[in-house]
Design a protein around this ligand. Structure first.
Ligand SMILES: *[C@@H]1O[C@H](CO)[C@@H](O)[C@H](O)[C@H]1NC(C)=O
Ligand SMILES: [Cu+2]
Length: 172
Protein backbone atom coordinates (compact mmCIF):
# COMPACT_ATOMS: atom_id res chain seq x y z
CA UNK A 1 0.00 0.00 0.00
CA UNK A 2 1.35 3.45 -0.91
CA UNK A 3 1.93 6.07 1.74
CA UNK A 4 -1.02 8.16 0.58
CA UNK A 5 -3.34 5.19 0.92
CA UNK A 6 -1.90 4.53 4.36
CA UNK A 7 -2.50 8.11 5.46
CA UNK A 8 -6.09 7.91 4.25
CA UNK A 9 -6.66 4.68 6.18
CA UNK A 10 -5.23 6.26 9.34
CA UNK A 11 -7.40 9.35 8.94
CA UNK A 12 -10.55 7.32 8.42
CA UNK A 13 -9.64 5.26 11.48
CA UNK A 14 -9.16 8.41 13.55
CA UNK A 15 -12.52 9.74 12.40
CA UNK A 16 -14.18 6.50 13.46
CA UNK A 17 -12.49 6.77 16.87
CA UNK A 18 -13.70 10.35 17.27
CA UNK A 19 -17.23 9.25 16.51
CA UNK A 20 -16.97 6.48 19.05
CA UNK A 21 -15.66 8.86 21.67
CA UNK A 22 -18.49 11.27 20.99
CA UNK A 23 -21.17 8.65 21.60
CA UNK A 24 -19.66 6.36 24.26
CA UNK A 25 -19.82 7.49 27.86
CA UNK A 26 -18.86 5.98 31.21
CA UNK A 27 -21.11 6.63 34.18
CA UNK A 28 -19.97 5.90 37.73
CA UNK A 29 -23.21 4.93 39.43
CA UNK A 30 -24.30 7.60 41.92
CA UNK A 31 -21.51 10.05 41.13
CA UNK A 32 -21.07 12.86 41.76
CA UNK A 33 -22.42 13.16 45.24
CA UNK A 34 -23.22 9.50 45.71
CA UNK A 35 -22.04 5.99 44.94
CA UNK A 36 -23.39 2.44 45.06
CA UNK A 37 -24.45 2.81 48.69
CA UNK A 38 -27.45 2.91 50.99
CA UNK A 39 -28.19 6.62 50.71
CA UNK A 40 -28.04 7.51 47.01
CA UNK A 41 -31.40 8.08 45.30
CA UNK A 42 -30.97 6.15 42.03
CA UNK A 43 -34.32 7.28 40.64
CA UNK A 44 -33.02 10.83 40.73
CA UNK A 45 -29.62 9.76 39.45
CA UNK A 46 -30.91 8.08 36.29
CA UNK A 47 -33.50 10.81 35.64
CA UNK A 48 -30.82 13.21 34.43
CA UNK A 49 -29.18 10.72 32.09
CA UNK A 50 -29.70 9.06 28.73
CA UNK A 51 -27.90 5.76 28.30
CA UNK A 52 -26.99 4.59 24.81
CA UNK A 53 -25.52 1.38 23.36
CA UNK A 54 -21.73 1.60 23.74
CA UNK A 55 -21.93 3.41 27.07
CA UNK A 56 -20.88 1.67 30.24
CA UNK A 57 -21.79 2.03 33.88
CA UNK A 58 -19.39 1.36 36.75
CA UNK A 59 -20.46 0.30 40.23
CA UNK A 60 -17.86 1.42 42.79
CA UNK A 61 -18.30 0.23 46.37
CA UNK A 62 -16.70 -1.66 49.22
CA UNK A 63 -16.87 -5.36 48.34
CA UNK A 64 -17.31 -6.15 52.05
CA UNK A 65 -20.47 -4.09 52.24
CA UNK A 66 -22.26 -4.47 48.89
CA UNK A 67 -22.47 -6.36 45.64
CA UNK A 68 -24.26 -5.92 42.33
CA UNK A 69 -26.78 -8.47 41.09
CA UNK A 70 -28.32 -8.04 37.67
CA UNK A 71 -31.90 -9.28 37.70
CA UNK A 72 -35.00 -9.15 35.54
CA UNK A 73 -37.93 -6.79 36.12
CA UNK A 74 -39.63 -9.15 38.54
CA UNK A 75 -36.47 -9.37 40.62
CA UNK A 76 -36.11 -5.61 40.54
CA UNK A 77 -39.71 -5.01 41.58
CA UNK A 78 -39.57 -7.54 44.41
CA UNK A 79 -35.93 -6.98 45.45
CA UNK A 80 -35.29 -10.66 44.85
CA UNK A 81 -32.03 -12.08 43.53
CA UNK A 82 -33.57 -15.45 42.68
CA UNK A 83 -33.85 -14.28 39.07
CA UNK A 84 -30.23 -13.21 38.93
CA UNK A 85 -28.67 -12.86 35.51
CA UNK A 86 -25.17 -12.03 36.77
CA UNK A 87 -23.52 -11.27 40.11
CA UNK A 88 -20.62 -8.83 40.40
CA UNK A 89 -18.51 -8.59 43.53
CA UNK A 90 -15.25 -6.78 42.73
CA UNK A 91 -16.23 -3.36 44.08
CA UNK A 92 -15.33 -1.85 40.71
CA UNK A 93 -17.75 -3.54 38.35
CA UNK A 94 -17.81 -2.29 34.77
CA UNK A 95 -21.07 -3.10 32.98
CA UNK A 96 -21.08 -2.49 29.21
CA UNK A 97 -24.45 -1.39 27.86
CA UNK A 98 -24.27 -3.21 24.54
CA UNK A 99 -27.78 -2.87 23.20
CA UNK A 100 -31.05 -1.05 23.73
CA UNK A 101 -33.38 -2.30 26.42
CA UNK A 102 -33.80 -2.07 30.16
CA UNK A 103 -31.28 -3.46 32.65
CA UNK A 104 -32.02 -3.98 36.34
CA UNK A 105 -29.52 -4.15 39.19
CA UNK A 106 -29.99 -4.64 42.92
CA UNK A 107 -27.69 -5.12 45.89
CA UNK A 108 -27.85 -8.68 47.15
CA UNK A 109 -26.87 -7.89 50.74
CA UNK A 110 -29.73 -8.47 53.19
CA UNK A 111 -31.84 -5.37 53.74
CA UNK A 112 -30.09 -3.28 51.10
CA UNK A 113 -32.92 -3.65 48.60
CA UNK A 114 -36.35 -3.86 50.18
CA UNK A 115 -39.86 -3.25 48.98
CA UNK A 116 -40.71 -1.35 52.18
CA UNK A 117 -38.44 1.57 51.32
CA UNK A 118 -35.80 0.96 53.98
CA UNK A 119 -33.21 -0.23 51.47
CA UNK A 120 -32.98 1.56 48.15
CA UNK A 121 -30.10 -0.19 46.42
CA UNK A 122 -31.89 -0.90 43.16
CA UNK A 123 -31.39 0.78 39.83
CA UNK A 124 -33.12 0.60 36.47
CA UNK A 125 -31.07 1.55 33.41
CA UNK A 126 -32.98 2.31 30.21
CA UNK A 127 -30.67 2.02 27.20
CA UNK A 128 -32.06 3.91 24.20
CA UNK A 129 -30.88 4.57 20.65
CA UNK A 130 -28.66 7.65 20.50
CA UNK A 131 -30.70 9.42 17.81
CA UNK A 132 -34.10 7.94 18.49
CA UNK A 133 -36.89 10.51 18.43
CA UNK A 134 -39.17 8.05 20.19
CA UNK A 135 -36.89 7.93 23.24
CA UNK A 136 -38.36 9.46 26.39
CA UNK A 137 -37.57 13.14 26.78
CA UNK A 138 -35.26 14.20 29.61
CA UNK A 139 -36.80 15.54 32.80
CA UNK A 140 -38.75 18.69 32.04
CA UNK A 141 -37.07 21.92 33.04
CA UNK A 142 -38.11 25.54 32.88
CA UNK A 143 -35.50 26.28 30.21
CA UNK A 144 -36.60 25.98 26.56
CA UNK A 145 -35.48 22.82 24.73
CA UNK A 146 -32.06 23.14 23.13
CA UNK A 147 -31.74 22.80 19.35
CA UNK A 148 -31.03 19.29 18.03
CA UNK A 149 -27.37 20.12 17.24
CA UNK A 150 -25.82 18.49 20.30
CA UNK A 151 -22.13 18.49 21.11
CA UNK A 152 -21.89 14.90 19.88
CA UNK A 153 -23.45 15.83 16.55
CA UNK A 154 -21.07 18.73 16.03
CA UNK A 155 -18.06 16.56 16.93
CA UNK A 156 -19.17 14.02 14.35
CA UNK A 157 -19.55 16.83 11.82
CA UNK A 158 -16.05 18.05 12.65
CA UNK A 159 -14.65 14.55 12.16
CA UNK A 160 -16.45 14.20 8.84
CA UNK A 161 -15.15 17.59 7.68
CA UNK A 162 -11.59 16.59 8.62
CA UNK A 163 -11.85 13.41 6.56
CA UNK A 164 -13.26 15.32 3.60
CA UNK A 165 -10.47 17.89 3.81
CA UNK A 166 -7.83 15.17 4.02
CA UNK A 167 -9.32 13.43 0.98
CA UNK A 168 -9.26 16.68 -1.00
CA UNK A 169 -5.63 17.33 -0.01
CA UNK A 170 -4.62 13.81 -1.06
CA UNK A 171 -6.36 14.15 -4.44
CA UNK A 172 -4.86 17.62 -5.11
C1 LIG B 1 -36.00 9.80 45.29
O1 LIG B 1 -36.34 11.15 45.13
C2 LIG B 1 -37.63 11.35 44.59
C3 LIG B 1 -37.81 12.83 44.32
O2 LIG B 1 -37.16 13.62 45.26
C4 LIG B 1 -38.67 10.82 45.56
O3 LIG B 1 -39.96 10.97 45.04
C5 LIG B 1 -38.40 9.33 45.78
O4 LIG B 1 -39.27 8.83 46.76
C6 LIG B 1 -36.96 9.12 46.21
N1 LIG B 1 -36.72 7.69 46.23
C7 LIG B 1 -36.22 7.07 47.28
C8 LIG B 1 -36.03 5.61 47.10
O5 LIG B 1 -35.94 7.65 48.29
CU1 LIG C 1 -25.64 -3.08 49.48
Amino acid sequence: MGSIGGVAVVLVGMAAMLEGMASAATYNVGEPGGAWDLTTNYTNWVAQKRFHPGDQIVFKYSAQRHDVVEVNKAGYDSCSTSTSIATHTTGNDVIPLTSTGTRYFVCGFPGHCTTTGTGNMKIQIDVVQADSSSAPAPVATTTPPSPPSSAATSLKATAAAAVLLAALLIMA
